[in-house]
Design a protein around this ligand. Sequence first.
Ligand code: ADP
Ligand code: MG
Length: 408
Amino acid sequence: MSIRTLDDLLAEGVAGRRVLVRADLNVPLDKQTGDITDDGRIRAVLPTLTALVEAGAKVVVCSHLGRPKGSPDPQFSLRPVAGRLGELLGVEVRFAEDTVGDSARSTVEGLADGQVALLENLRFNAGETSKDDAERGDFADQLAAFGDAYVDDAFGAVHRKHASVYDVAARLPHFAGGLLLREVEVLSKLTGDPERPYVVVLGGSKVSDKLAVIEALLPKVDRLLIGGGMCFTFLKAQGHEVGSSLLEEDMVETCRNLLERSEKGKILLPVDVVVADAFAPDSPHDVVPADGIPSKRVGLDIGPETVAGFAAALKTSACGDPANARTIFWNGPMGVFEMAAFANGTRGVAEAIAEHDAFSVVGGGDSAAAVRVLGLDEKSFSHISTGGGASLEYLEGKTLPGIAALEN
Ligand code: ADP
Ligand code: MG
């Protein structure tokens, strides 16, 4: 990979230079209070920012947050993130009220060496995500005017052909941050020649979101364990009724094909599930066999027997021989972990992975959040990816615009 890195930039010397850093500060916010519920992504970019601050750069940070529709929307303001970033960095972060307007210009102009500014949400500007090259380019010109060099450390956004990810790199000397490099290094191990047995655990809400990655990984893995909302489409494909659980009718045939095509024992599905009367935190619930889901109930988690089976599968090969998994990739919660009553499956499987002495990677925004929200020790996993869609697209073998732009 012919990518210049943050270390290369630091070696050139950045004292007094303006460095535009694309970070991924797209943190989850509490819908009621607006508080940051998980600051993992902020913490992940601290090493890059600290290195630039210590080297005396004028650091201009930009990011998106949520999905505003191309114009300012207060609920998606990065202001609370500026506060938290400042606390964690131990340096004041000057917040610009807009992204490329008067406030941004004066904030950037006012930076002294070693000071940090955060621009308002990139996606308050239609040019950021525009499909029109000229419109994106125009916005990229304005952003690029704030930097003498560009560092991309927003791994979570590299699969997007957005102005701040793709077009700015073409306009400034460009470098990859440490977080982005580490992500690529880890994920390339999973696509290259992972140490076997290689077990992938998939969950989350939809099969359709993950189909491409299932197709790409299936030939490479020894076992594929499937839980979460997507397991019901597979159970249906096996001929079971799934009540009012999440079901993608139009994917049933595809799932049936996947099951038929793969060797026996390679794909593991739940044997029991937690069903509730309704999709609600306090709904009455029971554990039932996966082939006996009552017609009016909704499956919201995998059951305890499945958790035990999945944990055991990490310790046996597909043909049943004892064989500790050497590589584990986990993407997608096993149940609706946001509700305590349906978090046991996710916690149980996550703990089994964490206890395992394998190269273990967690991918997916909600999965990474689950690790932290459920209070698991992040250090017991080899790597927790900051990129949800980006890590999946990387594993699918796609060319990611943000990485391609750094290679040029
Ligand atoms: P990730 O972001 O880790 O890739 P996804 O976005 O695919 O994961 O899925 C996460 C969501 O899946 C969570 O919000 C979780 O509540 C939901 N989910 C998991 N199991 C179920 C289920 N049985 N029914 C409905 N939703 C589920
Ligand atoms: Mg998600």
